[in-house]
Structure formats: structure tokens, C-alpha cells
Design a protein around this ligand. Structure first.
Ligand code: ADP
Ligand code: 5GP
Length: 228
């Protein structure tokens, strides 16, 4: 049985960095390459980071029912093609979706046992610094991304796991642990001590277990923690 993993994060939190690392370490995990109407950035290549298509092509794909989910993010369309899920199901591989909060909600409605992870920066200042330091966006775009970040973070409660991307090595370990622990749980196999450590690492990131650490992060975005 394939498992679908959803990863969302405010732009600049380190999601691409973490997903790239995860893909290096964890086998049998397909990555869904989304379609988008935005233009390529930096060294992005068509068919590698995204399939870059004109709006008309995207709208024709919507009309033909080719998307599992799609959304408008920052004024551009982004969508996951159904064929990525079909291929993963056929080959028994897991599928990783890097999508926004709107897309994540659509997938959760359609695929009940999908596992969702929300990545947070340690605080707003660090997010701003990472966006600037990445040197990919104009000041205007950075400003817009920071405003949007707070709105996206408001949805953190809809996710199964929360990963605070402070120290990179630790975050990579945690993300790997989330995927591996779900596989272990679903396999029903007898657990070794190593397996138990993986489970414990993942469990620390489960939403109910991380709530206390979220307070200062939410406060830095002028958000308050609401009770579960
Ligand atoms: P996203 O995909 O969420 O937009 P990126 O992966 O592009 O974010 O990361 C934004 C910037 O932050 C990049 O320059 C990346 O190298 C850096 N970065 C990512 N994770 C960390 C971390 N834990 N500590 C410091 N810098 C990080
Ligand atoms: P970026 O333009 O920075 O690559 O991505 C902007 C946002 O679009 C990110 O939050 C990313 O997760 C989201 N995104 C990328 N692909 C998809 C997709 O197929 N569907 C949805 N709903 N969001 C996506």
C-alpha cells in the first residue's frame, strides 16, 4: 500500500532543502512534480522542479479533470496531476506532495490516511533573513511572502506533524523519522531498538506533543495559540 505524504510550509522555511535531503535518504518515495503557471526562478528547469505551463494549458487540464488538487497561490495556479498518484499506487511506492495549505486540505478530504507535515521557521525574523539570504525574490515579493506566511501558519492545526526547522541536521532527522515511523507502524513488524528510537523522534513532532514549543513562534507572527 502506498502512503501519501503532504508537506507544507511558508515560503523560505526550508521546505525544499528538507525535501531534497529526505529524497536522498529515504528509498521508494516518489516526488510529485507539480504543474504551475508561474515563471521559472533561478536555475529551475521544466520537468525537474515544476512543469511550467501557460494559463490556457493549465485551465484545459482542469477542464479535463487531470488534477488531484489545484490552487491559486500568490496569483499563480499550482496543481498535482492525478497521474503521479496513479503511478505511485501501481508501483507500491510512497508519494510526496509539496503543496500549499489549500491543496493539503483537498488531499486530506480525498485521501483520509494521507500523512501531513507542516514546517515552521524558528520565528519571523529568521524567516525574513532566510528569504533575503536566498536572494531569489525581489523586496516586494519578500514582503508579500511574509504577509502570507502568517495566514498559512494559522492552518498549522490541520496537520499531523509539526517540524520546527531550526537546526538543519535535526530537522532532516525528524522528517526522515516521520516517514520511516509511518512505514513501521503500517507494516505491523516487530520493532527493534533502532525502530523505537525512530518512532520516539517522530512522536515528538506530533501536533499534540509540540504545542508548547509553538507559542513563541506563533507570537512572533502576531498569532495566538488556540486550544486543541
Ligand atoms: P522553501 O523551500 O521553504 O521556500 P528553502 O529550502 O529554499 O525554503 O530555504 C530557504 C533558505 O533557508 C535557503 O537559503 C536555505 O539554504 C536556508 N535554510 C533552510 N533550512 C535552514 C536551516 N535549518 N538553517 C539555516 N538555513 C536554512
Ligand atoms: P513556489 O512558487 O515558492 O515554488 O511555491 C509556492 C507555493 O505553492 C508553495 O507553498 C508550494 O508548496 C505550493 N505548491 C507547489 N506545488 C503545488 C501544487 O501542486 N498544489 C498546491 N496546492 N500548491 C502547490
Amino acid at each position: 500500500m502506498s502512503t501519501v505524504y503532504i508537506i507544507s510550509a511558508p515560503s523560505g522555511s526550508g521546505k525544499s532543502t528538507l525535501v531534497n535531503e529526505l529524497r536522498k535518504w529515504v528509498p521508494n518515495l516518489d516526488f510529485s512534480i507539480s504543474y504551475t503557471t508561474r515563471r521559472p526562478r533561478g536555475s529551475e528547469q521544466n520537468g525537474r522542479e515544476y512543469f511550467f505551463v501557460p494559463i490556457q494549458d493549465f485551465e484545459e487540464m482542469i477542464a479535463r479533470g487531470e488534477f488531484l488538487e489545484y490552487a491559486n497561490v500568490f496569483g499563480n495556479y499550482y496543481g498535482t496531476a492525478k497521474r503521479f498518484l496513479e503511478q505511485a499506487l501501481q508501483s507500491g511506492r510512497d508519494l510526496l506532495l509539496d503543496i500549499d495549505v489549500q491543496g493539503a486540505a483537498q488531499i486530506k478530504r480525498k485521501i483520509k490516511d494521507a500523512v501531513s507535515v507542516f514546517i515552521l521557521p524558528p520565528d519571523k525574523k529568521t524567516l525574513e533573513w532566510r528569504l533575503r539570504n536566498r536572494s531569489l525574490d525581489t523586496e516586494e515579493v519578500i514582503h508579500r511572502r511574509l504577509l502570507t506566511a502568517a495566514k498559512e501558519i494559522e492552518n498549522y492545526q490541520s496537520y499531523d506533524y509539526i517540524l520546527i526547522n531550526d537546526r538543519l541536521e535535526q530537522s532532516i532527522d525528524e522528517l526522515k523519522a516521520v516517514v520511516l515511523s509511518e512505514r513501521l507502524r503500517r507494516s505491523g513488524a516487530k520493532l527493534s531498538n533502532g525502530d523505537k528510537r525512530i518512532l520516539a523522534t517522530a512522536e515528538r513532532c506530533l501536533l499534540p506533543n509540540i504545542r508548547e514549543r509553538l507559542q513563541p513562534i506563533l507570537a512572533s507572527f502576531a498569532l495566538s495559540a488556540t486550544p486543541s
